[in-house]
Design a protein around this ligand. Structure first.
Ligand code: TYD
Length: 137
């Protein structure tokens, strides 16, 4: 898995004088079936989240409010993505070490995920992740 497989996805936006509406459909706007949604909010200034990778999980990360950065690292290459709009999502494929930082005040990070929560799907140790990532290349 390469960081090149991860990309920003433009989500539909229906705008009228009452405001904007964005929607996300499984297998249409995201390349996986959606099994879980979670969100991070009330994030204190200077906080960093993530610092783990998933073995098999696919995710779409959306800045529903405010902004933040996501740094993706496939064990060889790193890329920083800035998310600052609810009509833009970052697709994250499996085996990507991710770090989230640079949260603005009031930021809300919504994540759509391809499976239910499973601690066994996590690499929380960076060296362990690196070994597995290099072994699979
Ligand atoms: P964690 O994945 O470490 O948070 P983040 O990557 O956003 O920094 O999760 C923090 C805690 O929440 C951890 O104890 C696991 C738990 N958790 C769930 O119970 N269900 C979930 O869907 C998620 C994402 C986390």
């Amino acid at each position: 898995m390469s960081v090149e497989n991860c990309k920003l996805i433009e989500l539909p936006k229906i705008a009228d004088q009452r405001g904007n509406l964005t929607f996300i459909e499984a297998d249409r706007h995201v390349p996986f079936g959606i099994e879980r949604i979670y969100y991070l909010y009330d994030i204190p200034e200077g906080a960093e989240r993530g610092a783990h990778a998933h073995k098999a999980l696919h995710q779409l990360i959306v800045a529903i409010a405010g902004s933040f950065d996501v740094v993706l690292n496939d064990g060889t290459q790193r890329r920083r993505f800035s998310l600052d709009s609810p009509d833009k999502g970052l697709y994250v494929c499996p085996m990507m070490w991710r770090e989230l930082d640079n949260f603005s005040g009031g930021a809300v990070c919504m994540v759509l995920a391809s499976a239910k929560y499973d601690e066994d799907d996590y690499f929380r140790d960076y060296e362990e992740f690196l070994c597995a990532a290099k072994g699979s290349k």
